[in-house]
Design a protein around this ligand. Structure first.
Ligand code: SF4
Length: 155
């Protein structure tokens, strides 16, 4: 009997197939942990996966703080660049990045910001001084400067 023309070849288990749920907060954890740079986060809030470079180590799945990643074993031919007009990167999640209200640099996802604000918001309330913005709307560098200016202004 002829083998059917399968899209997924599970026996090739040195390839991993990533799925990402709505629990994703676009933290940089997975892209930082991945040993083969098979995950990237774009400045406009897209998480992208490169199936050809994934070695199915599972580090992103176990390291994701939101438990949003699932990796299944096997090669999925339709996800390879040759079957995607040469495109290596595939969007696996669409979120929203926040831009620093001072310098405009995209610095974190809205989901991450909201989760940190919910955790420590009361502790740092008002630390941004007399600005109209919350401290959570600044990137790390600008946040430090805003707080420093507040301290120097006798706060
Ligand atoms: S399973 Fe490993 S190689 Fe594949 S995307 Fe996750 S961290 Fe990278």
């Amino acid at each position: 009997m002829t083998e059917p023309d399968r899209d997924v070849i599970r026996g090739l288990d040195t390839f991993g197939r990533m799925e990402v749920s709505d629990a994703c907060n676009l933290t940089p954890t997975c892209s930082t942990l991945c040993p083969t740079d098979a995950i990237q986060r774009t400045n406009d809030g897209e998480l992208q996966f490169n199936h050809a470079d994934c070695v199915n180590c599972g580090v992103c799945e176990s390291g994701c703080p939101e438990g949003a990643i699932t990796i299944e074993s096997g090669l999925e031919r339709s996800r390879l660049p040759e079957n995607r007009d040469g495109e290596e990167w595939e969007p696996v999640f669409e979120g929203e990045m926040l831009e620093c209200v001072r310098c405009g640099t995209p610095f974190t996802s809205r989901g991450s910001m909201e989760s940190v604000r919910d955790e420590v918001g009361d502790l740092v309330e008002g630390v941004a001084g007399d600005t109209e913005h919350s401290i959570f709307e600044y990137c790390d560098e600008c946040r430090a400067q805003v707080v420093f200016q507040g301290v120097n202004n006798g706060r």
